[in-house]
Write a protein that binds this ligand. Structure first.
Ligand code: FMN
Length: 159
């Protein structure tokens, strides 16, 4: 049985919900990435703040507490889609960890963009990991029973 880590960042709860479903089905450990300074709750405020941060190349500081990158075989890595890719706190996390030789499977919740460039951008930050294509979850349909079956089938395809 592979050793599984579910690690994710979630601002408004969607990615957290998928992370919980994955952990229920696949088992393993869970780690939630949290920023030191929380982002504003209001949607237009966070969208504007992140837009400015990205154009300035700013990476938010995250809370510590995870040091076990080499303890797992499969890392299910969850993020909201922010501007067509993984959220900046996930970029910070990846830039601080070592998942070389490990398999990273992205799962992304989004409002219409799908996976965007998540897999390529994760590979750029963890060049020695095997990064799978991953799975996108639309925030409007992620709670459907159909989706729950899809999640179980998707996990069964690589576990
Ligand atoms: C800063 C920011 C940027 C976003 N950019 C995109 C985007 O480029 N494409 C998209 O489909 N959704 C985008 N969204 C919507 C989120 O991906 C979507 O609501 C996601 O499910 C939120 O996940 P969470 O509840 O785990 O934070 C953006 C949301 C935020 C806050």
């Amino acid at each position: 049985m592979p050793r599984i880590l579910v690690v994710y960042y979630s601002h408004s709860g969607n990615t957290r919900e998928i992370a919980r479903m994955l952990q229920d089905l696949a088992g393993g450990d869970v780690f939630e990435i949290q920023t030191v300074t929380p982002y504003p709750v209001e949607y237009s405020a966070i969208v504007e703040q992140v837009r400015k941060e990205k154009s300035a190349g700013f990476k938010p500081k995250i809370k510590g507490g995870f040091a076990g990158g080499q303890d797992y075989d499969i890392v299910l890595l969850g993020s909201p889609c922010w501007y067509g890719t993984i959220a900046t706190p996930v970029e910070t996390f990846l830039s601080e960890q070592n998942f070389s030789g490990k398999t990273i499977v992205p799962f992304i919740t989004h409002g219409g963009s799908g996976l965007g460039s998540a897999a390529q951008d994760i590979s750029a930050l963890q060049p020695s990991a095997n990064v799978a294509h991953g799975k996108a979850f639309s925030r409007s349909s992620m709670r459907s029973a159909q989706n729950q079956k899809e999640i179980a089938d998707w996990l069964a395809s690589f576990l």
